[in-house]
Design a protein around this ligand. Structure first.
Ligand SMILES: Nc1nc2c(ncn2[C@@H]2O[C@H](COP(=O)(O)OP(=O)(O)OP(=O)(O)O)[C@@H](O)[C@H]2O)c(=O)[nH]1
Ligand SMILES: [Mg+2]
Length: 337
């Protein structure tokens, strides 16, 4: 198995930056040969697909740092997030999108609008399909929603993910069935979890994005504000530690992040749920559950930021938070009517 192209040797720092990216990228040319023109490239790569296909895992693997939260449950990602990868002279802006599914709530509609916006703005669209689940109803719906390819639209590439979970013999027939439904320009077989197949994918992406200046400083790994990223890490624990519909009924408000002179962060966040009964579950007996959530989230924060973190969580039952514009602003969500 090969490793991801940007090994996570340099973790994301406090403001979504990464250290030590530039060294050793361009070998110095001998003095008597004129330097060959080597323009930079920069482009937007939308990472789209059905819920739970492994889109966020793929973005993290390509960036080489954890920028997006991941869970075994569908509908983990709620808003668009750009992870930034450097491949040689190319800057890839990898837009992680919420999974495409039939919306019911306003929040679902917002997630879908975020995903569609990400696809519309892209230079290349990666359609991620869980190879272990295959061509089920959710993927069929996504393919139908894509509609016919047109000359104006960005090329769509099929990425069969989770190939570590399936027998290789099953992959080609699955790829053929998917290509019969939509004429993908390219097909890749990868495992975002093991990194298998990713070096080839990144090389091809780097060649496919247009020439142009980089849009972000080279040490950035994501476009997210630190406070929102830290709130996402707590929300990830809600998805990992709570059952049934509760994670979908919850949000994490990033109330305050303060940095001490020694770099340590004091983070205050508020978990919002819909009902008092849900609040009781999140808090747990004697506060055991909220302590476990806070402990795990704090460890993730310290790993991502490389500094000590003091995390203070409160839980509030706020009926109708998902219909409240002011709360959406706090959460960094774009309101949809
Ligand atoms: N075995 C295996 N598991 C994977 C792979 N990629 C992702 N997963 C797992 O699949 C689950 C879903 O991954 P996510 O990255 O959260 O999926 P997503 O497409 O972003 O999901 P939504 O945001 O809910 O749409 C997690 O449990 C991941 O660990 C892979 O290549 N192999
Ligand atoms: Mg996701």
């Amino acid at each position: 198995m090969s490793s991801p192209p940007n090994p996570p040797e340099a973790p994301a720092a406090a403001d979504g930056r990464r250290a030590g990216r530039a060294e050793g990228r361009l070998a110095a040319a001998p003095a008597d040969t004129p330097p060959a023109p080597c323009p930079t490239r920069c482009g937007v790569v939308a990472v789209a697909g059905a819920p739970n296909a492994g889109k966020s895992t793929l973005v993290n693997a390509l960036v080489g740092a954890k920028v997006a939260i991941v869970s075994p449950r569908p509908q983990t990602t709620r808003r668009r997030l750009t992870g930034i990868a450097l491949v040689g002279r190319a800057q890839l802006l990898l837009v992680d999108t919420p999974g495409l599914f039939a919306p019911r709530r306003r929040l679902d509609r917002a997630m879908r609008a975020e995903a569609e916006g990400g696809i519309a703005d892209a230079d290349v669209v990666l359609l991620v399909v869980d190879a272990a689940s295959g061509l089920g109803a959710a993927v069929a719906q996504v393919l139908e929603d894509l509609g016919p390819p047109t000359a104006r639209r960005a090329p769509h590439w099929l990425v069969l993910n989770k190939c570590d979970l399936v027998r290789p013999a099953g992959l080609l027939p699955l790829a053929a069935r998917l290509n019969a439904r939509f004429p993908f320009a390219e097909t890749f077989m990868v495992s975002a979890a093991t990194g298998d197949g990713l070096p080839d994918l990144t090389r091809r992406l780097a060649a496919a994005v247009p020439e142009g200046p980089w849009l972000f400083p080279e040490d950035r790994v994501s476009d997210a504000a630190t406070s929102l990223f830290l709130a996402e890490l707590t929300r990830e624990q809600l998805f990992l530690q709570l059952r049934d519909e509760l994670p979908h009924a919850a949000a994490v408000e990033p109330e305050q992040v303060r940095e001490a002179p020694d770099g340590a962060l004091t983070v205050h966040q508020r978990i919002l749920v819909e009902r008092e009964s849900q609040k009781a579950i999140v808090v747990g007996r004697g506060g055991a559950r909220i302590r476990a959530i806070g402990e795990a989230a704090r460890r993730e924060m310290e790993a991502a930021m490389g500094v000590r973190v003091h995390l203070f969580l409160t839980v509030k039952a706020r009926p109708g938070w998902a219909e409240d514009r002011a709360v959406w602003r706090e959460l960094g969500l774009a309101w949809v009517d």
